[in-house]
Write a protein that binds this ligand. Structure first.
Ligand code: SAM
Length: 225
């Protein structure tokens, strides 16, 4: 396999995820085939960008595996025009995948992604990655404790948390619009399960999905450092 032909490799790995039944949403497939993951990993790991596994991005953090981004994005079901909040910016890759769907596919609908990262140097790294790939105009990168959400742009059509939480942070539920969806890994520090929460008026409809392993969500409504 030629590791320099990233477009071909990207296309092939996403087709594999489709044939394995892991992803079927047309918007998600198109976004994953469009966003250049190789631009969101450190230079020395570019040749591994399409290995379907988490890769280190510094500060003890990781960019999630491709199938995990596919599954979480599909569970969230973003659509053009949506306003989406991500907690855990990391490399900015998941934010770019969301921005491709909610904003870049149909800019007139004015969708937007807000993403919060607690480590300032990673927020800066993500901003640079989003800038060089042309997504920065659709994404606001905020430094802070994402377990508090981001009230300035609430309510959100969807909220995605890309770090493992002990429970669902209350502010995130408050900042979901009626009919909105939250996707979050919940469990202990070592293993979690994806939880999908839909807000319907005063009711929360919860569904558990697959097991997963994420770095811890650290903050007021997360784990202690
Ligand atoms: N979504 C990222 C990407 O596409 O590269 C990968 C996220 S990485 C698995 C988890 C990130 O969550 C780390 O960058 C970590 O610093 C961040 N994080 C952990 N707790 C957080 C919090 N309370 N608020 C914001 N970010 C947090």
């Amino acid at each position: 396999m030629c590791l320099n032909n990233f477009n071909e490799i990207r296309e092939r790995i996403i087709d594999q995820l489709v044939s394995m039944g892991i992803v079927s949403d047309e918007y998600v497939i198109k976004a994953l085939k469009t966003v250049p993951r190789e631009e969101f990993v450190p230079d020395n790991l570019r040749k591994y960008a399409y290995l379907d596994q988490p890769l280190p991005i510094g500060y003890g953090q990781t960019i999630s595996a491709i199938h995990m981004v596919a599954i979480m994005t599909q569970e969230l079901k973003p659509r053009p025009g949506n306003r989406v909040l991500e907690i855990g910016t990391g490399s900015g890759y998941q934010a770019a995948v969301l921005a491709e769907i909610v904003a870049k596919m149909d800019p007139e609908k004015k969708g937007r992604v807000y993403t919060i990262e607690r480590i300032p140097a990673l927020a800066e790294y993500a901003r640079r990655n989003l800038e060089k790939t042309g997504y920065i105009d659709y994404v606001e990168v905020v430094v802070g404790d994402g377990t508090l959400g981001y009230r300035d742009a609430a309510p959100y059509d969807g909220i995605i948390v890309t770090a493992g939480a002990p429970d669902v942070p209350k502010p995130l539920i408050e900042q979901l619009r009626d009919g909105g969806k939250l996707v979050i890994p919940v469990g202990n520090r070592f293993i979690q399960r994806l939880l999908i929460v839909e807000k319907q008026g005063d009711r929360l409809i919860k569904r558990w999905s697959i097991e997963c392993v994420f770095v811890p969500l650290i903050g007021k409504y997360g784990w202690r450092e």
